[in-house]
Design a protein around this ligand. Structure first.
Ligand SMILES: [Cu+2]
Length: 588
């Protein structure tokens, strides 16, 4: 009894101290706060830019324990801790950490790991994904042929996982970096990576790669950065001019009722994987009795009266099913209209109250201070599962969009500075999994802004839609209509998904004068790289491999709520042709 009472009192004491610290900070300094909830609601202010805790090798080895489990994370734009994340608890067994910690937990993104080429990375990897209580965490694997499609995908109470060091030159065999490994909940694996001595310096990342669950495990937080040597690529010029290097992990999160009651990480894929094979009848939608509801799983717990709008489709498998197309667009940027209802988009809603937010190192529009004229290297890593993130820089004093000087990609230093192909070098699209190292110079006057800009030539996205209105019960009334996303708020569209415009990072002038280092297109970088120029070689073998795919063909099950196949040489995995190139041969 006494022991049980102890816990709440300690928690209360910690909460009081924490809020006092917050008040003191607020009173004595106008520095942005880094506390959870610091940028929540109308009184929120941008938090100070920060990077995830970094765990680095010592005497040639980084040895850590990473324990994956369900967790609760402090987001800057939510006043309460947000539940429903999957996080790594960490313990440093050999190595150092950037904040002096030897253990930590509930961090988002996951800790950054750092080893040099030729060193060892040992990860004691525990799967504690047990006793899960996340209603929209499920396995979206297709229903077996002839099987019954459930109305709601059943929530997983536990989940297998594995570990993948994305892009690192290591063995995929056995219990090494094998993406086909299945580590059941309650078990673990020791990953012992020998990073090759001749691997170039660069930024990589790690995440669970358990097929069919990779996306939601990555989205929910089981992903972090991995530095092999220096994330700039160990460029001689960066060493010579002592240029600061930053890691920026790009992610997104969907918290439906961010400033209200629903302090839960929502799965944006949910409306895609509920089964509407049986269409609604009569007044089922209007009286809220039609199953499934496409609304977030915690809809009834969110603020009463909240609307939720999403694309609608019911009936058998069809290319007309565009559910999910707007799932990465904040609700306030979508408009809904029907004969009786008209909900216009509300782009004036403060960005920090959007339900879907794109973040830098888990922070929403953080503030970074740089000396005017200072050049830095930013290593940007898209460690999200799905988000395509086009980037643009703006110098606010002039409105000028500086070109991106790219010095490396996906962990490989470039031999020369290159410009991205988009927007005459001013638009850099970073797809999921990719990393770009860029040189950025703070202008002499004004701020610098990094954002996801409007897409030139974007068209409005219009679809059949459904509007749910939360009435505090499990039977929210719904009505059908049309959902539209205005082209002015679209930064990227690929036919499947649409992504919004959003500011990502605000850079304001610091006192003093910075040191400028030019990085001009074509300038030699003289870094050690593993790139070889295959364009000048004569291919030993030429192959033609047709990549295709689609909805509703004979290779996808017609009884699935949503089935799409990717085909290589007219077959789907695992029936694709086996290709065995000879070592040291060149193929085209
Ligand atoms: Cu990956």
């Amino acid at each position: 009894m006494v022991v049980r009472r102890g816990k709440p009192i300690v928690a209360l004491a910690v909460a009081v101290v924490a809020s006092m610290t917050l008040m003191l900070t607020a009173c004595t300094s106008d520095e942005p706060t880094t506390a959870g909830g610091g940028n929540a609601g109308p009184d929120g202010t941008p938090v100070a830019y920060q990077e995830p805790v970094k765990l680095s090798s010592e005497n040639g080895v980084l040895e850590v324990r990473l324990s994956a489990h369900q967790g609760t994370v402090d987001l800057d734009t939510v006043s309460e801790p947000v539940s429903g994340f999957l996080v790594f608890g960490y313990k440093v067994l050999q190595g150092t950490s950037s904040d002096g910690s030897t253990t930590g937990d509930d961090v988002y993104p996951a800790p950054t790991l750092r080893v040099d080429p030729g060193e060892r990375l040992i990860i004691h990897y525990d799967n504690d994904l047990r006793n899960l209580t996340i209603e929209d965490f499920y396995d979206p694997a297709f229903t077996p042929a002839g099987g019954e499609v459930p109305i709601y995908p059943p929530a997983l109470e536990s989940a297998p996982l594995n570990l993948h060091t994305h892009g690192v030159h290591v063995s995929p065999d056995g219990n090494a970096d094998n993406v086909l490994l299945d580590i059941p909940a309650g078990m673990g694996n020791v990953y012992d990576y020998a990073v090759p001595k001749d691997m170039p310096n660069g930024l990589y990342w790690y995440h669970s790669h358990r097929h069919t669950m990779t996306a939601q495990q990555t989205y929910a937080g089981l992903a972090g950065l991995l530095e092999i040597g220096r994330p700039d690529g160990n460029l001689p010029l960066v060493t010579q001019d002592d240029i600061p290097i930053r890691d920026m992990a790009l992610q997104y999160n969907f918290v439906f009722d961010r400033k209200g009651n629903g302090h839960q990480l929502n799965d944006p894929n949910w409306p895609q994987f509920v089964s509407t094979l049986t269409p609604p009848e009569g007044t089922q939608l209007a009286d809220g009795t039609y199953e499934p509801s496409l609304a977030p799983v915690n809809f009834s717990e969110t603020t009463e009266g909240s609307p939720y709008v999403t694309n609608w489709y019911s009936g058998p498998l069809s290319p007309a099913n565009h559910r999910g197309q707007n799932q990465f667009v904040p609700g306030n940027l979508q408009s809904f209209s029907s004969d009786s209802t008209n909900i216009p988009a509300d782009p004036s809603l403060p960005d920090n109250e959007r339900d879907v937010q794109y973040t830098v190192n888990g922070q929403f529009q953080p503030e970074l201070k740089l000396k005017p004229g200072q050049t830095e290297i930013w290593s940007l890593a898209n460690i999200s599962d799905f988000a395509y993130m086009p980037l643009r820089l703006t110098e606010t004093a002039t409105g000028n969009h500086p070109k991106f000087s790219v010095v490396g990609q996906d962990g490989n230093p470039f031999t020369q500075v290159q410009l991205p192909v988009g927007g005459d070098g001013t638009r850099l699209v970073i797809p999921p999994g990719s990393r770009y190292a860029i040189a950025v110079t703070m202008p002499d006057t004004g701020d610098l802004v990094l954002d996801m800009p409007p897409l030139d030539g974007a068209k409005p996205v219009t679809n059949p839609g459904v509007l749910y209105t939360n009435n505090g019960t499990d039977n929210p009334p719904a009505e059908l209509g049309t959902v539209t996303v205005d082209p002015s708020v679209i930064s990227y569209a690929d036919g499947f998904f649409t992504f919004p415009t959003q500011t990502l990072l605000h850079i304001t002038p610091d006192s003093g004068e910075g040191r400028t280092t030019p990085f001009e297109p074509g300038q030699n970088l003289d870094a050690y790289t593993s790139f070889v120029d295959t364009s000048v070689m004569t291919p030993d073998v030429k192959r033609t491999l047709t990549v295709s795919g689609g909805f509703g063909n004979e290779k996808a099950s017609n009884s699935d709520p949503k089935a799409f196949t990717y085909e290589f040489a007219d077959n789907t995995f695992p029936n694709i042709p086996l290709i065995q190139p000879r070592l040291n041969s060149v193929e085209e």
